[in-house]
Design a protein around this ligand. Structure first.
Ligand SMILES: Cc1cc2nc3c(=O)[nH]c(=O)nc-3n(C[C@H](O)[C@H](O)[C@H](O)COP(=O)(O)OP(=O)(O)OC[C@H]3O[C@@H](n4cnc5c(N)ncnc54)[C@H](O)[C@@H]3O)c2cc1C
Length: 819
């Protein structure tokens, strides 16, 4: 657990609840030590099946079926020929919207296909395998005084990923990467290897470059190089309104300028700093020919975090830090300036906040119109923009999905965002408005970033999309090459249900939640166990409170180990919440267990081990509580109502007076305290998490005879036998899902997930059925050693068979954990 996340969370809660609750939590924290001690230290390691692919933002975790790491073109051919079904392709994985992955696909990780095939120094040309990075090419060509002609600002990207995006850099007199490509070699879906250039298979050349891996696997490329050169940095600050004129007069046609960009300062974007690098003969101020690989960066990410953190940070950057930074004269090699490492941007953690890029391409003549539109959109949505860097590109020579339809300025937006659904929705809102603003001016937007746009917006920006889709249908007729970008935009992927699923903000939920909620649900099942124990008239002093504490923390350990082992995206907030409820339950059970084991045991003995009216009332209240918390948050329970009923409905007088009085006070104190605590927690939960969505959605396949849906399940949409349905969450979901299975329905996915956690309880001597399921771990029934809980991970495609099988066995369904 990241201790800073815990601290931040504690501070947020403290601010909301005031010092009182913080003190209360501090007292409870004492219980943590005991809880950790009780939880034991048995090592638990579990690795989840399948492999998780993610990208640099950590926002697009996707399970693929298998990963292949080709080291030769033949490996790529064999992988495609030996398989059927979807294929996704990954290079450096620096795209930010799932462009490298697709669920259950065969994933080609291209990074080991990375040799230099031929270096032709005389003709300044290099042929490379596509998984090679720019940085590796630089190491090979620098000794020959050669440089890459066009690439991005940073050097970690692969050539294949860069070609598929058709990237650009800060070069003057250049533009999209395609301008420096002589030819490429592709492996198509059927395993055939084809060469493509402007004169050979030109359609494929112009389709695959900028084609986001939708047409085939780029395995080789021949690229133009240029001379390395000494370059000198010059910079000046100016009103943004003067920039276009400055650029036209001083930069655009100046053959001495190698790199150029202008940073527009947030939040106003009225002032900009142009930074240009000119060829020079002056002595070097930086002797290194390239930037060292694997260098450590400490202050740069922190500085970016600080600038992102406040308006003061942004003001300091513009008025203090950069003026000092740019005071220094700088003369370096072109290869040095082109070998930046993205590590200099990488924050210590992306758990709560992540950094992203977006980019908009505006015709040069419309620059001044776009800036105020951009300012207005960012201000309206209170977007946390760290920088907008303006670059220039000459027109694209003919790629089908060209972003430089003419001469353009690229507005590269670097921003920070939280990872909550609200924050994602906010970024989505401003991103979509920016796309509309750019396309209204005849521009376009960049496709390697988070994918929010509609097919209509895509078409407005990339009017030759139909040409690309027709080519894809021809060379990839089975639609094997997939990723999240094409899932959103390729018409063949847009079944009516998918559009509906995406339109519902509540449809998709993270699979990790199904695992992480297990300890939270234990705090429902343990009270059920307690209520059943009391209802059976058993001695309350004997209930294993301490074993219950142990069980909670064991479950906590299990799910955090799984979450780590399976590389689920970290969810610090949720783990903090599990700790908070774990600590308060530990405190409660410690108090209750100690009390029941001493004073409670004494008065029970004095009452001849018999229940009083107060005992029975308490058992009823516990039963009501156990039933209530199945579907409602515990803090909504009517604790005070039960105390009132005790004092009004149960007579003070009767047998076993000592026990009666003691139980009455115990009941009142426990429920009274909980009523107060519930008010505080209820307020904090609503303030922090908002009101949770109460329905859960899934896609099911109806049986041939199209059986009616069980009452309580609502149909949202249907397409043939596929249906999107929804139920109330929690208790009703667990109750109605087996009914759907019994009626013959199959489950395609639940909340977009292909796996879900299920717990079952049965005789300790019996194993549960494991059709389509793997056991994650076992869990004790603390009051009944003859019974055992099993926590299983079930494939949703097998869920119906699993539930039907369960009905035949003596093991019963306890809960389906609905994320
Ligand atoms: C910090 C940062 C700075 C950036 N700066 C710039 C910049 O200055 N200029 C710019 O233009 N962009 C920039 N980008 C965007 C970047 O260029 C793209 O994300 C690019 O795709 C990264 O290359 P990659 O190797 O990581 O590709 P990946 O992200 O791995 O892949 C990108 C796409 O290419 C496909 N693909 C990968 N390899 C192949 C292959 N061999 N055959 C077929 N398809 C393949 C993938 O399926 C995917 O659709 C930046 C991104 C980051 C994170």
């Amino acid at each position: 657990m990241d201790s800073r996340a815990v601290l931040r969370r504690a501070m947020r809660i403290a601010r909301r609840l005031g010092l009182c609750l913080l003190l209360f939590i501090a007292v409870l924290a004492g219980a943590t030590t005991i809880a950790v001690w009780v939880s034991g230290d048995d090592e638990f390691a579990y690795s989840m099946p399948q492999t998780l692919i993610n990208d640099v933002t950590q926002m697009n975790p996707t399970y693929v079926a298998r990963v292949v790491e080709p080291t030769s073109i033949d490996d790529v051919v064999s992988a495609l020929r030996a398989s059927s079904g979807p294929v996704s392709i990954g290079g450096g994985r620096f795209s930010q919207g799932g462009q490298v992955s697709y669920p259950d696909s065969l994933h080609l990780d291209m990074r080991k296909l990375n040799r230099v095939v031929n270096l032709d120094v005389e003709h300044k040309r290099i042929t490379v395998e596509s998984g090679i990075t720019w940085r590796k090419i630089q190491s090979v060509i620098d000794p020959h005084d050669l440089s890459i002609r066009i690439m991005q600002t940073y050097s970690n990207f692969t050539v294949g990923g860069s070609l598929s995006v058709n990237v650009h850099g800060r070069y003057i007199g250049e533009g999209p990467l395609v301008r420096s490509v002589e030819s490429i070699k592709l492996v198509l879906a059927d395993g055939s290897v084809v060469a493509a250039s402007t004169t050979q298979n030109a359609e494929l050349f112009y389709g695959a470059i900028g084609g986001y891996g939708g047409l085939g696997v780029i395995v080789e490329a021949t690229l133009n190089l240029t001379d390395n050169a000494r370059i000198e940095r010059q910079t000046s600050v100016m009103p943004v309104s003067e920039y276009r004129d400055f650029f036209a007069r001083n930069i655009r046609d100046n053959r001495n300028v190698v790199f150029h960009n202008a940073d527009l300062y947030p939040p106003d974007f009225t002032t900009g700093r142009q930074v240009s690098w000119y060829k020079t003969d002056k002595p070097l101020t930086i002797e290194d020919r390239t930037i060292a690989e694997q260098a450590k960066y400490t202050w740069q990410p922190r500085l970016a975090g600080w600038v992102a953190g406040s308006d003061t940070g942004k003001w300091m950057r513009q008025h203090v830090i950069e003026p000092i930074y740019y005071l220094e004269d700088r003369v370096a090699w072109r290869n040095w300036e082109a070998s930046y490492d993205v590590a200099e941007l990488e924050p210590a953690s992306r758990e709560e906040q992540t950094y992203g890029l977006r980019e908009y391409f505006i015709p040069v003549a419309r620059f001044d119109e776009f800036v105020p539109l951009m300012r207005e959109i960012f201000t309206k949505h209170d977007a946390n923009i760290i920088n907008v860097s303006v670059r220039h590109a000459l027109p694209d020579p003919g790629t089908v999905l060209a972003w430089a339809k003419g001469e353009v300025f690229a507005f590269v937006v670097y921003y920070r965002q939280g990872r909550t659904p609200e924050e994602i929705a906010r970024v989505r809102a401003w991103s979509l408005e920016m796309i509309d603003a750019a396309t209204a001016l005849g521009g376009a937007y960049y496709l390697p970033y988070q994918v929010f746009e509609s097919p209509e917006q895509f078409h407005a920006a990339f009017p030759r999309d139909a040409e690309y889709f027709a080519l894809k249908a021809r060379v990839d007729p089975e639609n094997r090459f997939r990723n999240r970008l094409w899932q959103q935009l390729y018409p063949a992927n847009l079944d009516t249900l998918e559009a509906k699923r995406r339109a519902s903000a509540d449809y998709y939920r993270a699979e990790a939640q199904s695992v992480l909620t297990v300890p939270e649900w234990y705090l429902v099942f343990n009270p059920v166990e307690y209520a059943q124990y009391l209802a059976a008239g058993r001695n309350p002093s004997e209930f294993p409170f301490f074993a219950s504490i142990d069980e909670y923390w064991t479950l906590y350990d299990r799910v955090t180990a799984i979450s780590r082992g399976s590389q689920y995206p970290k969810n610090g907030e949720y783990l903090t919440m599990l700790r908070v409820i774990g600590v308060s339950t530990t405190a409660e059970y410690l108090l209750k267990g100690s009390y029941e084991g001493s004073i409670g045991r004494l008065t029970r003995w004095a009452a001849n081990d018999e229940d009083t009216e107060e005992d029975r009332m308490y058992a009823k209240a516990q039963d009501a509580y156990a039933q209530f918390i199945f579907n409602e948050a515990w803090y909504e329970f009517d604790f005070t109502g039960w105390v009132g009923a005790l004092w009004s409905d149960v007579s003070l007088f009767g047998d076993h007076f000592l026990r009666k009085i003691e139980r009455r006070l115990f009941f009142t104190l426990e429920f009274g305290t909980k009523a107060g605590y519930a008010k505080l927690i209820g307020f904090a939960s609503r303030a922090t998490y908002g009101i949770k969505a109460e329905r859960i959605y899934m896609t099911v396949i109806a049986p041939e005879d199209s059986a009616a849906l069980p009452p309580g399940i609502e149909q949202i949409e249907s397409d043939g036998r596929s249906r999107i349905v929804s139920t109330l969450r929690w208790g009703p979901f667990t109750e109605l899902t087996p009914q759907l299975a019994a009626a013959g329905y199959q489950f395609r996915d639940v909340s977009g997930n292909r796996r879900i956690v299920v717990s079952v309880v049965g005789p300790a001597s019996e194993e549960p059925p494991l059709i389509g399921a793997t056991e994650l771990f076992e869990s004790r029934m603390v009051s009944d050693p003859t019974r055992q809980r099993h926590v299983l991970l079930v494939e949703t495609g097998q869920l119906a068979a699993f539930l039907r099988d369960l009905r035949m066995s003596s093991v019963t369904l306890e809960h389906i954990y609905d994320y």
